[in-house]
Ligand binder design. Structure first.
Ligand SMILES: [Zn+2]
Length: 534
């Protein structure tokens, strides 16, 4: 049997340090579910209650159920001169619902001297007592040894004593951190081998690297080869400066090239989909050249390659793209297979026969060609399936809409939208003002159909993301709008694509309301039958 390596994802904490990264609480929960379905073992959510947003996140996560991922809360060793049980931050960690706590502490004498001004002995006590306190509160503890490799190079004995202190406190894992990203693979290999030799009988060892020297992935891999059995990293390598170690590259390397067991084959086949979904949620354009999951990762150009691939794919490909859910086809998508489409439809309670599934696949390919991406637009995808099965009824018929944006002399910007639509044979004309054209259209539309569909009042647009595609074409650029909506229970995404940003937003808006009405309308359409029988 192959040995297991645990995946520890820190996208929601370390990944959020990256430039321009910011996720709402709902988006973080969506990322957590995506990680869970990929088979990630531990999801580091952040510091419990360090601010109201984190408090809300932990509150929400406590109520979520995951297939097998566990949530880890993150915190620091106690402050100097305070008993662990009296340290407010540690007490908060202890009271969080998370079964696992990850504690970070100092390992490097340089940091103790220059930054924290804590003496070496006190630092060891801080580590041991903090870990021990969380253990008495029933937590499993991972100890993150900050700047471990720098510390090891300066004073290996002290760096090891810090780890021993964590072990003495009861940590189940000590994770060696290359916090500054300064190390090269041979250095990581040597230090990790030493830790495993000296402490491996008493504790599991983990690795946490950064990509400052372009070695984040390589450093994680060599650490595993030297005995580390937990890898911390982020999706797509998000993180401050040059990023964290990229779990999307580490996972297939460990599993397919080195034979470690991390996730199941089915979960691994979701890698491309998950990587793109998380990109979409974070509003990051997927890197077409990203190893394993990029659009170009297995795209071939030029006669000789293509001929070679046709004869035997191994001649020009380092692995089978299907194993990570990627495709040789330039139009890659999680939806590109009939089986996947059928499975998805079934999840949504729609039966799709082979023929309808093939039509959905075709339609998705056409739309992707125009710039659609359904990974983060599950609401629009639901509608698309229903359109192919004839199981779709629009909420209304559009006659026209118009949006006016006017800037006045005093600097104020006024927006007004008018819509003309038909609902159940009746014509509605409504005008509304808003803080922008999309908001004004949304209000006008809701005022027109809100009476017919009262559930619309519960639906809130929680997120609006715009991306310009094909920037190189200048005026020919198209705009993709992704909207997230929520009714307080469910959250779903919708998409619109157009050369005109307001039209793209309108498409996404209509999809988001129609998708939000799907379950209610299903109930609604069943009701008359029941009523007739009673
Ligand atoms: Zn880090």
């Amino acid at each position: 049997m192959s040995e297991q390596v645990l995946l520890y994802d820190t996208t929601l904490r370390d990944g959020m340090q990256g430039e321009g990264m910011s996720l709402s609480v709902e988006e973080k929960v969506r990322v957590a579910h995506a990680l869970d379905s990929l088979g990630v073992h531990l999801i580091e959510a952040g510091f419990p209650s360090s601010n109201p947003k984190e408090e809300a996140l932990f509150g929400m996560l406590a109520d979520e159920s995951f297939e097998h991922a566990e949530v880890a809360a993150f915190g620091m060793t106690r402050r100097r001169g305070v008993r662990a049980e009296e340290d407010d931050a540690l007490r908060l960690l202890a009271s969080s619902f998370a079964p696992v706590c990850t504690l970070v502490g100092k390992t490097w004498a340089l940091h103790l001297e220059k930054v924290t001004k804590v003496d070496a002995g006190e630092n060891l006590a801080m580590i041991e007592e903090s870990v021990a306190f969380l253990r008495t509160r029933g937590k499993r503890v991972i100890y993150d040894a900050e700047h471990f490799f720098d510390g090891f190079r300066q004073d290996a004995d002290y760096a090891l004593r810090c780890l021993r202190a964590a072990v003495a406190g009861g940590a189940e894992n000590v994770t060696l951190c290359d916090t500054n990203g300064s190390s090269l693979p041979a250095q990581v290999a040597e230090a990790t081998a030493r830790v495993v030799a000296e402490l491996g009988h008493a504790v599991a060892v983990g690795i946490h690297t950064h990509d400052d020297a372009g070695c984040g992935v390589a450093n994680s891999i060599v650490a595993v080869e030297r005995g580390a059995r937990l890898v911390q990293g982020t999706m797509n390598g998000y993180g401050e400066r040059c990023g964290n170690a990229n779990l999307v590259s580490i996972l297939p390397a460990l599993q397919l090239k080195l034979g470690y067991e991390c996730v199941t084959a089915d979960q691994l086949a979701r890698l491309t989909e998950t990587s793109h979904l998380v990109d979409e949620i974070c509003n990051v354009a997927p890197n077409p050249n990203q190893p394993y999951v990029g659009k170009n990762a297995f795209a071939h150009k030029g006669g000789m390659h293509v001929a070679g691939i046709v004869r035997d794919a191994r001649t020009f490909e380092h692995m089978d793209p299907a194993e990570v859910g990627n495709d040789r086809d330039l139009l890659i998508s999680e939806l590109s297979g009939k089986g996947t489409v059928q499975a998805r439809a079934e999840q949504r309670g729609v039966q799709l026969d082979e023929e309808a599934a093939a039509r959905v696949v075709e339609r998705v390919k056409q739309l992707e060609h125009r710039g659609f991406q359904f990974e983060a637009a599950d609401g629009s995808f639901d509608l698309l399936i229903r359109k192919e099965t004839g199981d779709y009824e629009p909420l209304f018929r559009l006659e026209a809409w118009r949006a006016i944006v006017e800037k006045r002399e005093d600097g104020r910007v006024m927006t007004e939208a008018t819509i003309k639509i038909w609902v159940e044979g009746e014509r509605y004309i409504r005008t509304a003002e808003g803080n922008g054209p999309v908001n004004a259209l949304d209000r006008a539309l809701r005022s027109a159909i809100g009476e017919t569909y009262p559930h619309l009042r519960d639906i809130e647009l929680v997120n609006f993301k715009v991306r310009i595609l094909d920037e190189t074409k200048g005026t020919g650029a198209i705009t993709r709008v992704l909207l997230d909506a929520s009714d307080g229970t469910d959250t779903w995404g919708s998409i619109g694509v157009s050369e005109n940003i307001i039209e793209a937003s309108w498409e996404a808006l209509v999809d988001s309301l129609e998708a939000g009405m799907l379950p209610r309308r299903a109930e609604h359409s069943h009701r008359p039958a029941t009523a007739a029988g009673s």
